[in-house]
Design a protein around this ligand. Structure first.
Ligand SMILES: [Zn+2]
Length: 218
């Protein structure tokens, strides 16, 4: 089992929890607001273990239902950019939380954009191509695992996650809807996203549990 990560701060930070290139579909899942309740930039360090494990079990059911070969977590993580945590703490926490779930889920890849254009941490003050809704994280995963988009789904809690799905032409997208789904966008950005959403099918659900009960067709 491979455990590798690259933290070339200018690039994508990734943790490979035992993945092998597999030309099957993927479940792309956001983390904050999907896998656990959004607790802001420090969410990763404040996780309710029961909630987390429940979500992983639901993802397991979703993997079986969709016959997905890969599970790719995609997240904008800003605690390091904000100097709220050191990179080492972030890395330790990701390994602690996600290192064991490769026994439950196939081909687990964890991808994070640590950047922010106004980061306090000058090493992460980058206008990058990987901060969602830019497509860098998904592009990376595709090249890394040879993923088949036509058999993939994307799950997010923000309308920007759905916009991301549309940019990379993943037609199965799911919005786990909460009170923050439309916040964090300025008016102009929101209009852009909404115009991009015209004609795009996405399904809004209240929870991962509700998602797994939906009929999913490719
Ligand atoms: Zn980035």
């Amino acid at each position: 089992m491979a455990f590798s990560s690259i933290s070339a701060f200018a690039g994508i930070t990734y943790f490979d929890f035992g993945s092998t290139a597999d030309p099957g579909g993927a479940i792309f899942s956001d983390i904050d607001g999907v896998i656990w309740t959004n607790r802001g930039p420090l969410g990763t360090y404040l996780v309710d273990e029961t909630e987390f494990q429940n979500s992983i079990q639901i993802l397991r059911r979703l993997v079986e239902k969709t016959q997905s070969r890969n599970v790719v977590f995609i997240t904008n993580h800003t605690a390091v950019a904000r100097n709220l945590k050191a990179f080492d703490e972030f890395e330790y926490r990701v390994r602690e939380l996600f290192g064991n779930i490769s026994q439950i889920l196939p081909n687990v890849l964890y991808l994070a954009c640590l950047h922010h254009p106004a980061a306090q941490n000058e090493h992460l003050r980058v206008a990058c191509d990987c901060r969602k809704p830019k497509p860098g994280l998904i592009t990376f995963a595709t090249n890394y695992l040879n993923i088949d988009f036509s058999n993939s789904i994307i799950i997010g809690d923000k309308i920007s996650d759905i916009a991301l799905a549309s940019q990379v032409c993943i037609s199965n997208s799911y919005l786990v809807f909460n009170e923050e789904s439309f916040t964090g966008l300025n008016v102009e950005a929101e209009e852009i996203y909404l115009s991009k959403l015209a004609g795009i099918n996405f399904t809004a659900v209240r929870s991962l549990q509700q998602l797994v009960e939906k009929e999913i067709k490719f």
